[in-house]
Write a protein that binds this ligand. Structure first.
Ligand code: ATR
Length: 273
C-alpha cells in the first residue's frame, strides 16, 4: 500500500485523514493518508527515510517544519524558494513545493485586486500570503506583528524579491495606523482559532467597515470573531476553509490523484458546514 503522510508537531486531528481515506478506499485506490508526529530533532532522519521509502508517494509538511524541511530535500520549486517554505513534497523526486500561496490566490480570485493590503502575522502562513498578494498585484503591503523583528525579517526577504512594492512594518499597537487607507485585511495569526474563539486581532468595527475584503486564515471555526465583525458591518469576507480546500486541490496535482478533486471538495464542504 502506498502512503502519503502529514509531518507536524504536534499533529492533531486532521480533517484530511477523515476525508481522504474513505475516498481512497471507495475508489479502490491503493493509498492511505497518515499523520506523523515528528519532533524538530527527528526531522532530518524522517525526511531522508521517506525519500528512500518505495511506499511513500508524497508528504505534506506543517507547523513547525515548513522552513526546516528544505535542507533535506533534493530540489524545491522556484516559488517555494522565494517564499522560504515548503508544505508539499513529491517523495518520488524529492522536490518540495509551496501550495499554500496558490490556495490563497485561488480563494480570492472572485475579488478585485486593490492597492494596499494589511497582513497580521509574520510566520509561515504570512510568508505564503505576502508572496501571493505581491503576485496578485498589490502595491503596498503592511505587515503587523506581535514580534516586530519577525516582521522586519519577512519584509527584508520580500523587498529583495519585489523591488517595485512598498512594505511597511507595524507593531500590534499600531494596528489602527496599519489599517488606515487599507483595502484588504488578512489575518495569518492563530488568534481566534479554536478553542479561543472569542479572541480577535486588535481591530474595531469602524476600521473593518472601510475595508473591501477581510480574510482569516484560521479555518476552525469557519467564521471567526474577526469574520463575524466583517459580516455584521457588511464587508466581503473569506474564511480560511477556502485556502485549506484550495491548497489541498493543488496538492492532488503533485500527488497525481486529481481524479479525487471534486469528491474531496464536496466532502470537505459537507464536513465544514
Ligand atoms: P504559521 O505557520 O501558522 O504562520 P507560526 O509561524 O507559528 O505559524 O506563526 C504564528 C503567527 O501568529 C506569528 O505571527 C505570531 O506572532 P509572533 O511572531 O509574535 O509569535 C502570531 N501569533 C500567535 N499567537 C498570537 C497572539 N496571541 N497574539 C498575537 N499574535 C499571535
Amino acid at each position: 500500500m502506498k502512503k502519503i503522510y502529514l509531518l507536524g508537531h504536534p499533529v492533531k486531528q486532521s480533517m484530511s485523514v477523515s476525508i481522504l481515506n474513505p475516498i481512497f478506499e471507495k475508489r479502490g485506490m491503493d493509498l492511505r493518508y497518515e499523520l506523523l508526529d515528528v519532533k524538530p530533532e527527528e526531522l532530518g532522519e524522517v525526511v531522508t527515510g521517506l525519500l528512500k521509502d518505495e511506499n511513500c508517494l508524497a508528504f505534506n509538511v506543517t507547523v513547525p517544519h515548513k522552513e526546516n524541511v528544505i535542507e533535506y530535500l533534493k530540489d524545491i520549486s522556484d516559488d517555494a524558494k522565494d517564499i522560504g517554505a515548503v508544505n508539499c513534497v513529491d517523495a518520488k523526486t524529492g522536490k518540495g513545493y509551496n501550495t499554500d500561496w496558490k490556495g490563497f490566490k485561488k480563494s480570492v480570485e472572485n475579488f478585485e485586486v486593490a492597492d494596499v493590503a494589511t497582513v497580521f502575522g509574520a510566520g509561515g502562513a504570512s510568508k505564503a500570503i505576502v508572496y501571493a498578494l505581491c503576485v496578485l498585484g498589490f502595491k503596498e503591503i503592511r505587515v503587523v506583528n506581535r514580534t516586530v523583528e519577525r516582521a522586519e525579517k519577512l519584509v527584508e526577504r520580500f523587498s529583495e524579491l519585489f523591488k517595485d512594492k512598498t512594505f511597511k512594518i507595524h507593531s500590534l499597537k499600531e494596528s489602527s495606523k496599519a489599517l488606515s487607507g487599507a483595502d484588504w485585511l488578512v489575518n495569518t495569526t492563530s488568534v481566534g482559532m479554536y478553542p479561543n474563539v472569542d479572541e480577535c486581532i486588535p481591530v474595531d468595527e469602524e476600521e473593518i467597515r472601510k475595508l473591501k475584503l477581510v480574510y482569516d486564515v484560521v479555518h476552525n471555526p469557519k467564521i471567526t470573531k474577526l469574520l463575524s465583525i466583517a459580516q455584521k458591518v457588511g464587508v466581503n469576507f473569506v474564511s480560511g476553509t477556502e485556502m485549506w480546500i484550495n491548497q489541498a486541490k493543488e496538492n492532488f496535482k503533485i500527488w497525481n490523484v486529481e481524479e479525487i478533486t471534486d469528491e474531496f471538495e464536496e466532502k470537505a464542504r459537507e464536513l465544514i458546514g
